[in-house]
Design a protein around this ligand. Sequence first.
Ligand code: ATP
Ligand code: MG
Length: 291
Amino acid sequence: MSVKKYCFDGSKKLSLKKIPTNSKQDKVEKEEILEKTAENQAKISALQEKLYADGREGLIILLQAMDAAGKDSTIKHVMSGINPQGVHVYSFKAPSSEELAHDFFWRIVKCLPERGKIAIFNRSYYEDVLGVQVRELNKTYHMADRVISQDTDTFYKKRYGHIRAFEDYLYENSYRIVKIFLNVSKEKQKERFLERIDTPEKNWKFSSSDLRVRKDWDKYQKVYEDVINQTSTADNPWYVLPADQKWYTRYLVSEAILSAMEAIDPQFPVMPQEERDRLGESRAELMAEKD
Ligand code: ATP
Ligand code: MG
């Protein structure tokens, strides 16, 4: 099953209601998927070493989702097998007062990876058009009247434009962004919340405020759909991945990452002839050692 079917590059419109949250439609075998995921992980790991050595493109893996969709466990899984020297994870929580006193890309820009490295964004600047839009936080911002007096639609349409421009800017600066929305069902979220409540070791993952967000489920779905439709482009597409079964989500995530890395096609640097000659000299010197 190709992940392409879950990829939105602006050429087709996303209707979230029509997109599956589980693997049923794809008629896949769990055992087979687990094997393929392991193979993909090995390929990602090998390509990451090349990406690092090559240093020509930077990779940003960006995850957005409703609570309990599996962002954290997906990240844990993606990280395993990757050399920790080449990857950083950043979680963007509710902004601090210092962050709120700046433009919304400010805290993000500080976390952009250098070329050759991978940054994983657990939430991102998309929060500034998602939760912020649903909760109408723009009205509470300490900003000039000309900015916050705009009607909601205008304010967020402009932000979508800023995001498209920012992502295009990154693309043209030799970055690629793998944007992933983990599409979990409302029923599965309930099940996972109950598990968090009933398992002492998982209590810390639950916050009563998660229920407040859940009450706005439909509003969030609508805003997610809008945001994805407005920010899906050929160079920076969105993946909307079924998230009700973690084993399937992980496979699709690994496919999406692999496809970006294969497109980058990193190469080990070839040593200039002069330096290679010097290698020969060093070799001869080592061989000539007496003890
Ligand atoms: P998660 O829910 O991502 O697994 P967590 O439970 O450890 O992480 P939270 O304290 O819930 O962490 O932090 C995420 C919260 O931060 C979310 O409620 C999200 O809406 C909020 N948040 C993130 N970015 C922004 C933003 N730019 N403006 C307002 N709220 C934001
Ligand atoms: Mg949370």
